[in-house]
Design a protein around this ligand. Structure first.
Ligand SMILES: NC(=O)c1ccc[n+]([C@@H]2O[C@H](COP(=O)([O-])OP(=O)(O)OC[C@H]3O[C@@H](n4cnc5c(N)ncnc54)[C@H](OP(=O)(O)O)[C@@H]3O)[C@@H](O)[C@H]2O)c1
Length: 261
């Protein structure tokens, strides 16, 4: 991969996104920041030294926003790195979750990155080498109570990543999955943080997650799971799923205690 990236990153101003952007700053010739909030995008842009930084303010689940991203990326001569990082979550028993929110979670976390990727693929394929990195989650490997729709979206994103990687294996475009564990960002409301503390779940700083991302970016692994304990749990979940069933069912009373109201 060339040292100089030409990047589109969604969720650029979020906890993890902005730390990744800061680390890509001196390594990039073009950065297109995508997010929901104009002020945060403007503030982040001011912090950067990369000469060509553009912002797109808008909801990636809207087709016209994805179209704007494509037009801008094309006008600027193409991109060689797409980071599908925007995401939303929720923490409810599935039965009680607002159906509109279930749709939003699937739209923003799964449908939008798939369709954005599809529209940017011709540009990515034009490059001597290109990368698509999808920010998934450890919950893209482990189904967890209270996060049912979120888990479905991140499992789906992982399936998309794997299938597309294989589909593009005769091209120069690589497609990979980056899976943080719980991270201290606005994504996690106070009650989720309390639940994590109560259950002894590790929570990383966004700086640490962004450092891991940069290491992942410069290596060739097709996926990165953060956390040794979490990686082991993913392995057990795959080969002996009954064991996590038992362990997680013991956590259920605490999980239920801290749900969103
Ligand atoms: N934090 C965790 O515990 C954790 C763990 C595992 C995986 N992840 C994943 O890591 C990624 C980044 O999460 P984070 O922790 O950095 O969360 P965050 O701080 O809440 O940031 C989320 C970002 O996504 C943007 N966004 C949300 N909905 C959007 C939409 N419809 N269109 C465009 N942008 C949208 C937000 O824009 P605004 O800033 O303008 O609101 C924000 O920049 C997500 O995919 C998340 O699922 C997070």
């Amino acid at each position: 991969m060339s040292q100089y990236y030409k990047v589109v990153i969604t969720g650029a101003t979020g906890g993890i996104g902005r730390e990744i952007v800061k680390r890509l700053d001196k390594k990039s010739e073009l950065i297109i920041l995508v997010g929901l909030t104009k002020n945060s995008l403007d503030d982040l842009k001011k912090e950067l030294q990369t000469k060509r930084v553009f912002i797109i303010e808008g909801d990636i689940s809207e087709p016209h926003v994805r179209e704007q991203i494509k037009i801008l990326a094309k006008r600027e001569g193409g991109i060689n790195l797409l980071i599908n990082n925007a995401g939303i979550g929720d923490y409810f028993m599935f039965e009680d979750q607002n159906p509109d929110l279930v749709i939003d979670i699937l739209d923003i976390n799964l449908k939008a990155p798939m369709l954005l990727t599809q529209s940017l693929l011709p540009l990515l394929k034009n490059e001597p080498k290109a990368e698509i990195i999808n920010t998934g989650s450890i919950f893209g490997y482990i189904g967890y109570p209270g996060f049912t729709a979120y888990c479905a979206s991140k499992f789906g994103l992982r399936g998309f990543t794997q299938a597309l990687r294989r589909e593009l294996s005769d091209t120069k475009v690589n497609v990979r999955y980056f899976a943080p564990r719980a991270t201290k960002t606005n994504f996690n409301t106070n009650n989720i943080t309390e639940m994590n503390i109560k259950l002894g779940n590790a929570m990383d700083s966004p700086e640490k997650v962004a450092d891991k991302f940069m290491t992942f970016l410069t290596h060739n692994n097709y996926q990165k799971k953060i956390g040794l304990k979490e990686s082991f749990f993913v392995f057990i979940n795959k080969v002996f799923p009954k064991l996590p069933d038992i362990a997680i069912s013991k956590q259920l009373p605490i999980i239920k205690k801290y749900l969103n109201k």
